[in-house]
Design a protein around this ligand. Structure first.
Ligand SMILES: [Zn+2]
Length: 560
């Protein structure tokens, strides 16, 4: 903010209206001129997958590592992943493109194209459809489906010497934060970090893979909860099993998944980022570099055992430590860096525990809303069935539903009408929209906190990629009919704020810290960082706005 003339005037008025002080106080002096900071040499963009604003609020007083440091910067506790499709791929797509999924095309983790040749008709968000080797389940990883550039690409256009690097356990996080022109990108597959087809693993990645292999072979001890985890260490029955008391002990000879669904995944990812900083000398060249680090373990743990057990409490301490280690390394190298930390979406705990914790409305979705059950109901009502393949394609009980292309136009209309009518009549369904209805809607312009469900859906709608029908479930309905403890019992993806609200934390040495509780959007991150590194983009590049990261006189959005 720039308001020193006002402050000076107020100081003068106070001095003049207070005779007692007027005698003693020195004459008011002009506030010192605040010079803009030079651009940082490295932008570190951290995503903590499934780190909801609620988790941040619950744990923020306990952090002692990186998440403590970031609370000493510009703190926006209410950042919005504004759109309805609160999944990893759409969420990561907003962070560094500054655009909503409706514009960048990443409407879900998976969507369907009933006209495509492959049998399952499924498309994965970060695959290369032009490569015949790519399938939806084993994709050839690529950013080809992302319709806009990322911040790293804008930085490279402005300064070809800028490097754009991304690491994560998830390929889709690497691709959506890095974009089309990634100098180095690594993600986890099976039991090691891998990279894009046709590229080699650098010595730093090979060293990290060797370190991980050693841990998998030898095993590793249980991780003990901090004393403040106390009451969360309690077993909850989910299906045939229990969750809530896990310690992440790694048995010798464990498979990669045992490490992946644990805080050790984030440690390995942060260690890889540290090795890449040294190998590529990130932040130590003439042009600013961008390092994206998406930490996936919070999400894997949230899905496997929910987010209110002792497991998440352990993870919150461990991810704080992993981020702290990364920041300490940049400090030790003397790098001038700026950090943003946010998340791709929030999350909801398992309904079995929510029911004990003042949320009796939490339930699992009714089996009748499964795509195959809905298709049966439609056939029973209309007499229409598909000659080849299922009548409906969908990735579960909520989101986009696509009608088989083998039907006549008239049959397709009747199937859509029947699906809309059956879904609307179901007590767990909050809203149902057709593709045509959404295509006629303008993009919302109000504050994202106040958007209607229709507005939220519109922000992750793409007329060509979205379904013929979109089904949105009620608040606190978990779209997992049969829980699988240890793998998949809780999730996100709803239109509600427990999935939409995420923290947005910015830190850079020398900035005046502040906390701003007013809602902001994750699409504000890219324009904010672009201003910080002095990268200019054409008008209309961003769906978001620049946030001034200095709580004092300096204005980090001022055009340099
Ligand atoms: Zn995610």
């Amino acid at each position: 903010m720039r308001r020193f003339p006002l402050i000076a005037a107020l100081a003068l008025a106070t001095a003049l209206s207070s005779p007692a002080l007027a005698d003693e106080a020195p004459a008011p002096v002009a506030a010192p001129q605040v010079a803009p900071q030079p651009a940082p040499k490295l932008v570190l963009a951290i995503s903590v997958d499934q780190f909801s604003a609620d988790l941040f609020a619950q744990y923020r007083r306990h952090y002692t590592g990186g998440l403590k440091r970031l609370q000493e910067g510009a703190v926006f506790p209410s950042g919005y992943q504004s759109h309805a499709a609160t999944e990893t791929c759409p969420g990561h797509s907003t962070l560094l493109t500054g655009t909503h999924p409706a514009r960048n095309g990443i409407i879900a983790n998976n969507w369907f194209d009933p006209g495509i040749a492959r049998a399952d008709k499924r498309i994965y968000c970060s695959e290369d459809l032009s490569d015949p080797a790519s399938t939806s389940r084993d994709p050839v990883v690529s950013a080809s489906l992302l319709k806009v550039p990322t911040l790293g690409e804008w930085m490279k256009r402005a300064n070809p010497a800028s490097r754009n690097v991304a690491v994560s356990a998830k390929d889709r996080a690497v691709v959506m934060m890095g974009g089309h022109q990634i100098d180095a990108g690594y993600w986890w597959k099976g039991s090691s970090f891998v990279t894009f087809k046709g590229r080699e693993l650098s010595p730093a990645v090979q060293a990290q893979n060797a370190a991980v292999a050693k841990v998998l072979k030898s095993g590793a001890p249980a991780l003990n909860p901090r004393p403040w985890c106390g009451a969360q260490d309690r077993a909850i029955s989910v299906g045939q099993s229990t969750v809530g008391t896990g310690r992440f002990k790694l048995e010798p000879g464990a498979k990669g998944d045992a490490l992946r669904i644990s805080p050790r995944m984030d440690q390995a990812t942060a260690e890889l980022a540290i090795r890449l900083v040294d190998e590529m000398k990130l932040g130590q060249g003439a042009a600013p570099d961008l390092l994206s680090v998406s930490l996936s373990a919070t999400d894997y743990i949230g899905h496997a055992v929910g987010n209110e057990g002792v497991e998440m409490c352990i993870q919150m301490a461990e991810v704080d430590a992993a981020i702290g280690k990364l920041l300490a390394h940049l400090d030790a190298r003397g790098i001038d860096y700026a950090v943003v930390l946010s998340a791709d979406h929030g999350g909801l705990d398992a309904p079995e525990r929510s029911n004990q914790q003042a949320l009796p409305a939490a339930v699992r979705v009714d089996d009748a809303l499964r795509p195959d059950r809905l298709a049966k109901a439609i056939t029973a009502r209309t007499g229409i069935s598909a000659k080849q393949g299922p009548l409906l394609y969908a990735d579960g009980a909520s989101g986009d539903f696509y009608v088989n292309r083998g039907l006549s136009a008239q049959e397709k209309d009747r199937v859509i009408d029947a699906l809309v009518s059956i879904a609307r009549a179901h007590p767990q369904v909050a809203a149902v929209y057709t593709n045509g209805e959404l295509a006629r809607m303008p993009m919302p312009t109000a504050n994202a906190q106040d958007w209607s469900i229709l507005d939220r859906v519109r922000a992750s709608f793409d007329a060509e990629r979205s379904g013929d029908v979109l089904i949105l479930l009620d608040r606190a309905v978990t779209p997992i009919p049969e829980p699988m403890p240890g793998a998949y019992i809780a999730t996100h993806g709803s239109v509600y704020d427990y999935d939409r609200r995420v923290p947005m934390l910015f830190w850079r040495k020398g900035l005046t810290p502040f906390e701003q509780g007013a809602p902001v959007e994750t699409v504000d991150i890219a324009p904010t960082l672009a201003a910080l590194v002095g990268v200019k983009t054409p008008d209309g590049t961003w769906d978001g706005r620049c946030l001034d990261l200095d709580g004092g006189e300096r204005d980090t959005c001022a055009v340099k």
